[in-house]
Design a binder for this molecule. Structure first.
Ligand code: C2E
Ligand code: MG
Ligand code: MG
Length: 548
């Protein structure tokens, strides 16, 4: 196959014939249709050809023309017999009639146009590629930005556009000389590309200005801002690396301008201008600076990045606390606790999970934090076990999705139980429905293994998620926790009352116990008790507190 010749040669045409049922009965073997491609023609109807560029509609149009016995010219087909061999051919044909005027089929000529097509493709890719670095050029970046913006209108996901400029490049160019400066640009491109995902675009816009387009950073603006911050950090770090980077580029610094975009809120031109303006501001501030287009994003990104850093120090610095909220039975006796984590922040004071659990989830810090919580809770259980008055009490621990996804979760928990000496039968793990969306099979296996150790599982915040009955059937759950949002309006909203009653009946028929959460008033407790609820948790019985 002739695909890579520098100048496409015109291939000699070959002959083909079809019968009245439009099947190929003869295809000239002296053509480039060798081997499997030739075989792909014999006896085949048009739409059975391995043509990857014609869809159903395309064939319908072509066949309508043939039904009308019209001639056709330059029908271009991209044929693929094997994954790695592609061939472009161009077919022209005329109808054939016998002496009596009866239609006998078609005959015509074909030509191999692979060379021409490959050359066209090369030219097209050259016009979208930066010649020096092999990265995308400005034109391709703008096209991708256009597509990313359209996709974002549908998905509501934010994207980021980052402009990168090498500080004092003109000086470098003068001192290093052109050839070395070019090598530096190539190295910059390589380093930028190395830290991005496949779906991102890294481009050289002009001179020493590069751009990175990162779509789909999440629909939540805080999260997107923090993702953009992470990306900018990573890029700046990759560029600042010297010595160990494998290339012998002289040290240099760079400035970055970042802007976020979402939906149709700004045009492609506006997004580019915003990133450019942010870059200008970064340059005005001196070297090695990253600036964001809007103050809000900048503040958010910096705050969240600082908070993440502070959170990563919380565990080693001993700033986490474990609070316990009592769970009571129908006689209002304490039968156990739910362990709830708190962060004693050095400046911001005591923070509840709402302020840091999401961040811990996203950054992965939830894994060591969750392990700490579990360890503390197990030590507490072991302490209860030594006191005959308290030995029956249970402790419930909230498990995060990330923890559940750990391949060695079972061993880790087993290890914690062993070290602490806690009775597994008194440990309850709380999971939520949203954690069950991925890989139910694996989750179910993990839960079953843990159940075998004696651990029990509760489904937390029940009623707020998908509340799919198949979870209840497939997972070894022993308890449902009615979310506090249903308890809150229980006395005033008949719909909430109906939901709570239904959950209680469902649990009863499945042999599961139920804890009502967020019980604040005696009236709520009484109604719940009347409906058959036997376990309660809420401010009415005690807020989360340190146990001593
Ligand atoms: P959750 O597991 O549903 O915990 C119950 C939440 O309801 C707790 O909030 C508790 O303080 C609050 N609460 C209890 N009784 C009442 C009441 O009567 N009225 C009202 N208004 N609220 C009540 P908290 O401690 O802020 O925890 C929030 C969420 O953070 C928890 O919801 C849980 O999902 C998560 N969380 C807490 N600790 C951990 C942990 O160690 N690991 C993980 N992965 N998540 C945790
Ligand atoms: Mg819970
Ligand atoms: Mg809950």
């Amino acid at each position: 196959m002739n695909t890579t010749s520098a100048r496409p040669e015109r291939q000699a045409p070959w002959h083909w014939e079809q019968d009245a049922s439009l099947r190929f009965v003869q295809v000239d073997l002296a053509s480039s249709l060798s081997g499997p491609l030739h075989a792909a023609f014999s006896g085949r109807h048009w739409s059975e050809l391995p043509a990857v560029n014609v869809d159903e509609g395309g064939w319908r149009e072509h066949l309508q023309r043939l039904d009308a016995h019209e001639p056709f010219f330059h029908l271009e087909l991209e044929l693929s017999a094997q994954a790695d061999s592609r061939l472009w051919i161009s077919l022209s044909g005329v109808p054939v009639f016998d002496g009596g005027g009866t239609f006998r089929g078609y005959r015509g000529v074909g030509r191999d146009i692979t060379g021409e097509r490959t050359a066209e493709a090369t030219i097209a890719s050259l016009s979208l590629m930066d010649q020096l670095t092999g990265l995308s050029n400005r034109r391709l970046l703008l096209e991708r930005l256009h597509s990313a913006r359209l996709a974002s209108v549908r998905s509501r996901e934010h994207g980021a556009l980052v402009f990168i400029d090498i500080d004092k490049f003109r000086d470098l160019n003068n001192t290093l000389g052109h050839a070395s400066a070019d090598r530096l640009l190539v190295a910059v491109g390589t380093r930028l590309a190395a830290c991005m995902r496949d779906c991102d675009t890294v481009a050289r816009m002009a001179g020493d200005v590069f751009a990175v387009l990162a779509p789909a950073l999440g629909s939540d603006s805080e999260r997107a801002a923090r993702n953009a911050h992470t990306i900018a950090d990573k890029l700046a770090l990759a560029l600042a690396a010297t010595g160990d980077s494998g290339d012998d580029t002289p040290p240099f610094t760079s400035s970055l301008g970042v802007c976020l975009f979402q939906g149709a809120e700004a045009s492609v031109e506006e997004v580019v201008q915003r990133a450019e303006r942010a870059l200008q501001e970064a340059k005005q501030q001196g070297r090695r600076v990253t600036r964001y287009f809007d103050v809000q994003t900048e503040t958010l990104a910096n705050q969240r990045a600082a908070q993440e850093q502070a959170l990563s120090r919380a565990l080693p610095c001993g700033e986490l606390r474990l609070f316990y909220q009592p769970v009571v039975n129908a006689a209002q006796q304490v039968i156990g606790y739910e362990a709830l984590v708190r962060w004693q922040h050095p400046q911001q004071g005591l923070l509840t999970p709402g302020h840091f659990i999401a961040l811990a989830e996203e950054s992965g810090l939830i894994v060591p934090i969750g392990e700490w919580v579990l360890t503390q809770a197990c030590r507490q259980l072991a302490a209860f076990a030594t006191d005959p008055a308290l030995r029956e009490r249970t402790v419930a621990v909230n498990l995060s999705a990330r923890q559940l996804a750990q391949p060695d979760l079972v061993e880790r928990i087993q290890h914690i139980l062993l070290l602490s000496g806690a009775p597994a039968r008194r440990l309850k793990l709380e999971i939520t429905e949203s954690m069950l969306l991925t890989d139910m099979g694996k989750t179910s296996d993990t839960l079953r293994e843990l159940t075998r150790l004696g651990i029990r599982f509760a489904l937390d915040d029940f009623g707020t998620g998908y509340s799919s009955l198949s979870y209840l059937k497939r997972l070894p759950l022993s308890q449902l926790k009615i979310d506090q949002s249903f308890v809150r309006e229980l006395l005033t909203d008949p719909v909430d009352a109906a939901i709570v009653r239904t959950i209680l009946q469902l649990a009863k028929s499945l042999g599961m116990s139920v804890v009502a959460e967020g019980v604040e008033q005696e009236g709520q407790r009484r109604v719940l008790a009347d409906m058959g609820c036997t376990e309660f948790q809420g401010y009415l019985f005690g807020k989360p507190q340190p146990l001593e």
